[in-house]
Design a protein around this ligand. Structure first.
Ligand code: ADP
Length: 491
């Protein structure tokens, strides 16, 4: 990456960061974007909560600060602070308070969200600001991600904007998924310590409740979301999940910047998790990966000759699993294999378990979060299904492209921006798309793909077109940097 020297001080606030904690693509972004910005010369630091699962990994080094004072409603609570380095480069602070973060999951179990998520993340937001003051790190830009850090732009604008330490600080808020807004009962508002007048339709108030994401949208100096297409979609009732009006009002500060893919982690030429490495010029290893995957998940060898479809997904409504369930009979009738890796809502666990038991020779299901398996599916499958109802950016389709695993996607959000449909006349395009959120539309796209799979020369061409695509972080990091410079009034 070319070094462009800049001395910007950036604080990134994330609820999850690879390799420390991950429920989805947000954590991948958190693990990569700060490093890309650091390579551009920024002084980037990260703050995240210290979840129990990190204790062994991080706590070995002991806290760097004890009993940081964090305002919380009418009380002052303590926090311990731990530190580590991300990629030997970027400093990351962890906020420890076991009462809030010593849990089996990050935000809730398969059955329900944690009852005190408002308290947990009000506390986290206050702790982030207290930490900066305590370590005298005065960021020029605080870049917040998703609702868990949504109150920070509001604190900066309303409570601290005129206080010496924060006067020069500007805020950016990135919407990674508008489906998770952090909406809670109004009775919790006093806990935030925000001024009375902010509980208003132009502020945090949302249909009588409080809404952390809305607080960020109205307060941040700039808002971004993770693909150009999604930035348009969320201004419409179909995708805005109730926030479309407020986003239209603030549209001049809303930008779509596509996420990058972390090719250090997701590269078939070097991936340590897969049975054989391969490249665009030598695809032989991909067959080995397919054979190995079939064996590992217990599907018959016979499927070597047939398309093997992969799915890796949080099992949530957003991901179009209902469409998948509705086309499944037709798909298996085509004599193809299907490997599904996912974890999430209980009803989808039941649905997929049932499907796998009905078609044990065709469908293999793993209900777990398993990084290694995710890599092996990307490498071993021929096609990758993402029939998402909505998809802010989506990372798996980018990984699939790099692994020569042809994506079949619904044309929404980042899937629309990154998967250009194959055009047989020009020999261009990298995958298959459908638009209507209907089983029939999805099925037609799968059928088109299966038809071309049976034409090996064409199929190879589609694979190679995809493998040549480059969605690395460099371009996106430069766009964020330009935005930081703009809000700071730099040329
Ligand atoms: P989202 O953030 O909505 O979950 P993305 O496609 O942006 O969707 O990112 C999902 C990330 O999480 C990818 O890195 C994917 O490999 C990973 N992932 C999702 N489910 C699993 C799972 N069950 N096991 C391993 N990795 C998973």
């Amino acid at each position: 990456m070319s070094k462009k020297q800049t001395t910007l001080r950036i604080l990134m606030v994330f609820p999850e960061v690879v390799p420390f904690a991950k429920t989805g693509g947000l954590a991948d972004v958190a693990g990569a974007l700060p490093c890309a910005l650091s390579q551009l010369g920024c002084d980037v630091r990260i703050v995240m909560p210290l979840y129990t699962r990190l204790l062994g990994q991080v706590i070995a080094s002991g806290p760097t600060m004890e009993d940081l004072s964090v305002p919380f409603g009418s009380q002052i609570l303590g926090a311990d602070v731990y530190e580590a380095k991300l990629n030997d480069d970027v400093r990351i602070y962890f906020i420890r308070r076991d009462e809030f973060f010593d849990r089996s999951h990050l935000y809730g179990t398969e059955k329900a969200e944690y009852f005190d998520n408002a308290q947990r993340f009000v506390y986290f937001c206050r702790a982030v600001l207290a930490l900066c003051q305590a370590v005298r790190f005065r960021p020029q830009v605080v870049h917040c991600h998703d609702w868990q850090s949504g109150l920070i732009p509001a604190y900066l604008k309303l409570s601290f904007g005129s206080v010496g330490f924060w006067t020069e600080t500007r805020s950016i808020f990135t919407i990674h998924n508008i489906g998770y807004q952090g909406r809670f009962g109004a009775e919790l508002y006093p806990l935030t310590g925000l001024p009375y007048h902010f509980f208003d339709v132009g502020g945090i108030e949302f249909w009588g409740d409080i809404n952390f994401m809305k607080a960020a949208i109205v307060s941040a100096d700039e808002i971004t979301t993770v693909s150009p297409r999604y930035s348009k979609e969320i201004q419409t009732p179909e995708y805005g999940q109730g926030l479309e009006g407020i986003l239209q009002t603030h549209r001049r500060k809303l930008h779509g910047i596509i996420n990058g893919a972390d090719y250090q982690n997701w590269n078939p030429e070097t991936d340590p998790h897969i049975a054989a490495n391969y490249s665009r010029d030598d695809l032989q290893g991909k067959l080995t990966c397919k054979r190995d995957l079939l064996r590992e998940v217990g599907l018959p060898k016979r499927l070597m000759k047939r398309p093997l479809l992969g799915v890796i997904s949080r099992l949530a409504d957003q991901k179009g699993l209902d469409l998948l369930a509705e086309v499944i009979e037709k798909v298996v009738a085509e004599d193809v294999g299907l490997v599904i890796l996912g974890r999430g809502e209980e009803r989808y666990h039941l649905l997929l378990t049932e499907l796998a038991s009905r078609y044990p020779r065709k469908i293999a299901v793993r209900l777990e979060f398993n990084e290694r398996m995710a890599h092996r599916i990307e490498a071993g499958a021929d096609m990758f299904l993402m029939p998402s109802r909505y998809e802010p950016c989506g990372l798996n389709q980018m990984y699939s492209l790099r692994y020569g695993t042809v994506p079949i996607v619904r044309a929404t959000g980042g899937l629309y921006d990154t998967v250009k449909p194959y055009d047989p006349k020009r020999g261009e395009g990298v995958g298959f798309r459908f638009t209507a959120y209907k089983p029939e539309a999805f099925w037609q796209a799968i059928k088109r793909a299966i038809k071309l799979f049976n034409q090996p020369k064409t199929w190879r061409k589609i694979m190679k077109n995809g493998m040549a695509k480059d969605f690395s972080w460099q371009a996106s990091a430069l766009r964020y940097l330009a935005l930081y410079e703009r809000i700071l009034g730099k040329p």
